[in-house]
Design a protein around this ligand. Structure first.
Ligand code: GLP
Length: 240
């Protein structure tokens, strides 16, 4: 795994070697990996070098540390195709995972100028502000803040948003969610976000903003989400 004459740094070689074992399923989710001391002895490298490789793999979501027990191969990242205007609940169910929601905030606010512009409503109009932690098999995956004009979604309650908002809009209100625009950006978790998502402060996250529209062209929602970088990867199909 390690070639001391290679121009590649040793920590990087070890990191790539472990990644390869995980990708080839020679190391499987839940497997414990040897301790820093054991790896250092096996490859005749310093513990500092091993620590650097392991730290990078933990930050990238390939390994998880359990304090006082050891370091384990992490569960596979969720691979999310960036195609189709799907809901979180649908995405998780399609993967055989159980979607869950913890509602942190549900209130009606008056749209400020920027919100009114994005939702194409008048300043001061009532808008739902909903903050939810989205869970997959009970583990936090994303923190979402949604804004929806109240007149478009009458009767929304805290209880309803602890399930699927899209299901309510389509099945109960009979509206058709037609299109959306999504923007993805890289960032790092701030303290409060890290606590909610159960990751370290400064860990990588993806910021996703979705604006979605009804068949009539009326903006339905503005959603700002923070997804765990260690649990998610996105795929895009391309043609040329
Ligand atoms: C995803 C999208 C959100 C959308 C949500 C609806 O998470 N990023 O923009 O509001 O799905 O999910 P659900 O119908 O499960 O509430």
């Amino acid at each position: 795994m390690i070639n001391k004459h290679s121009p590649l740094p040793i920590y990087y070689q070890l990191e790539q070697g472990i990644k390869e074992l995980i990708e080839k399923a020679q190391l499987k989710p839940g497997d414990i990996i040897p301790s820093e001391r054991e790896l250092a002895e096996t490859y005749e490298i310093s513990r500092m070098t091993v620590r650097q490789a392991i730290n990078n793999l933990v930050n990238d979501g390939y390994l998880v540390r359990k304090r006082g027990i050891g370091t384990f191969v992490a569960a596979k990242k969720i691979e999310q195709p960036l195609k189709g205007l799907t809901s979180f609940s649908e995405d998780m169910r399609a993967r055989g995972m159980e979607p869950g929601t913890k509602v942190l905030d549900f209130q009606i606010i008056q749209a400020n100028k920027s919100l009114a512009e994005q939702l194409q409503i008048h300043k001061g109009e009532d808008v739902y502000e909903i903050q939810r932690v989205r869970l997959a098999d009970h583990l936090p995956m994303a923190l979402e803040t949604s804004y929806l004009p109240c007149h478009l979604v009458p009767g929304l309650t805290r209880e309803i948003v602890s399930g699927s908002i899209y299901k309510f809009i389509e099945n109960k209100l009979g509206l058709k969610i037609k299109s959306g625009i999504q923007v993805l950006e890289a960032s790092i978790a701030r303290k409060i976000e890290a606590e909610i998502l159960q990751i370290k402060e400064g860990a990588p996250v993806l910021l996703i903003q979705r604006n979605s529209y009804l068949e009539s062209g009326q903006p339905l929602e503005l959603v700002k989400s923070i997804y765990r970088g260690d649990r998610y990867k996105f795929t895009i199909e391309m043609e040329r």
